[in-house]
Design a protein. Sequence first.
Length: 523
Amino acid sequence: MSWWQDTVCYELYPRAFADSDGDGTGDLAGATARLGHIAELGADAVWITPFYPSPLADGGYDIADHTGVAPDLGTPEDFDRLTSRAHELGLKLIVDLVPNHTSDRHPWFREALAAGPGSAERARYLFRAGRGPSGQLPPNDWQSAFGGPAWTRVADGEWYCHLHAPEQPDLNWRSPEVRSGFADVLRYWLDRGVDGFRVDVAHALFKAEGLPDAGPGQHRDPLRNHLMPYYDQEELHPLYREWRTLLDTHPAPPGAVPPRDRVMVAEAAVFDPARLARYIRPDEMHQAFNFAFLEARWDAKELRDVIDASLPSPGGGAVTWLLSSHDAVRPVTRLGSAARARAAALLMLALPGAAYLYQGEELGLPQAAVPDDRLRDPLWERSGHTERGRDGSRVPLPWSGDSAPYGFTTGAPDSTWLPQPDGWARYTVAAQEHDPASTLNLYRAALRLRREHPAPDPTAAPHWYSAPGDPYLAFRRAGLTCVVNLGPAPLAWAELGVTGRPVLASGALEGEAVPGDTAVWVV
Ligand code: NOJ
């Protein structure tokens, strides 16, 4: 089995993880100093989200230099120290690759604006003439995922495409220069010792020839994503095969995993399991995020359907599970209670396959309320102030202390990248450390037990005790059985045909019964 097939990978959002220099923004040195927290938790790998130079129009996913380090986060040497420390602690390190778009401050886009229509510089992006008698209308009806048209007009009258914010112009992936430029980016980070890449909007790089209209209802029903002319195009796959060959053959520096063990994980918002399976064929990416699991409601049937669609893995590729990310509402809030989030964690961590945790999930953080004047997410402006966006899950972590900044920075509480709420003292790592009932200790115990009971085949379905229509989930992973009671009434687990003794529970057990919104592991 390869390490990535059942890895537990911790997502680290650097500006909100730990600050080392007192400016209120988390940085690479802060992350290095706190990596021990991730190792102690029992994760196997870290995925660090963009730390590259960026004007921050989209939290760092608008990159001005794909091989640089943002000055407020540190230097290339700080990145090397982070990598070495991760490897010393036995953690793999995965970085973000953002190939669909650049920042509008990227030298390529500046050159494109300066060079004008018809130039080779513009051919790296998707510039088009507008429709209407004077080209005053966008070239087609495409909508940005952040709201509003996916086109912005420049001074000379041409329009450029951006599936996200206007500050994130989409690249033209049919340009040989773009293709070779990104192969260099991959080589650059491999040479610096990374163990893999998380590929941003991996379903969007190629747009259908002729850029046809997409029709009404765009971005409203994710189940239709694969039908959009800007998503899930066939030409993606030869590109990912090229990258896979590069990963499998490029020499590895000391400390990094050898070629063939480095990974690519697709952030592809494709919900049709058969379409998603195509990204993780044996010669393409290694993993794809299973967003259907993250999006499922606290409902036994809904969760069972997602698990059954994912296992056995349709294309035989690796399966992943995740409950949170820097883009999602934190599970405590999304699922409706801390009890449910804790039970969901035990469900996720018992399933065969890999799991992704997002920083703060292990502390049971709820979604934070961020005041209007501190919101940074472009969704807020682009939606005309109807969608608050994702900042509530990007608030700096509470490490210690009774009040903000909770050990996150030595700077002033109001200096932090996003404001931390009052009342987070009980969520700090220090407060949870010695409390056996804390969420932090639940995650630590779960990761330890999970390691002791590896699933023999992470692509195979577990043995089910519950039937698809049951209001609870019960299944076996190797020697460990997981029972999740999603309903309100207690469930006598012995009556389910499950034998053994409980070794971990997300809440207090009532005799031989599992209370509502509770999960238990039995060996
Ligand atoms: C997905 C990233 O996770 C998200 O934060 C970002 O806004 C979009 N891709 C665009 O890069």
